[in-house]
Design a protein around this ligand. Sequence first.
Ligand SMILES: [Zn+2]
Ligand SMILES: [Zn+2]
Length: 119
Amino acid sequence: MAEELKPCPWCRSTKIEVWEAWAHKVGDWWVACKSCAMAKGGLEGEEHAIKWWNEQVAVQFIPCPFCGCKEVKPVMDYYKADYHDDLLYRVMCQKCEGQGPPTDTAEETISRWNERVNV
Ligand SMILES: [Zn+2]
Ligand SMILES: [Zn+2]
């Protein structure tokens, strides 16, 4: 029996989906929040995907360096490349729309955001 998914650590939504994306390769599991688009792929198996998700509950964002509010969350952008769609992650303040640097993974964009605030 698989572990239960915790609510989204960023937006508190309980609309979390776990699925196997076999478009690219077998065994590529994804987990995503349907409300705020926080997502991660490339996970090996359903249990690993759920475990990764539940570990994210501990992730904290440092308040916005521009306006000091805590309404900060990750957003995900698609952009069209020539042969495939790529994903970019950014952290954005919901209040002043201040943004962190875009990166390829959710984890990196969060750590870049938190580093930036420390500077
Ligand atoms: Zn969410
Ligand atoms: Zn702000």
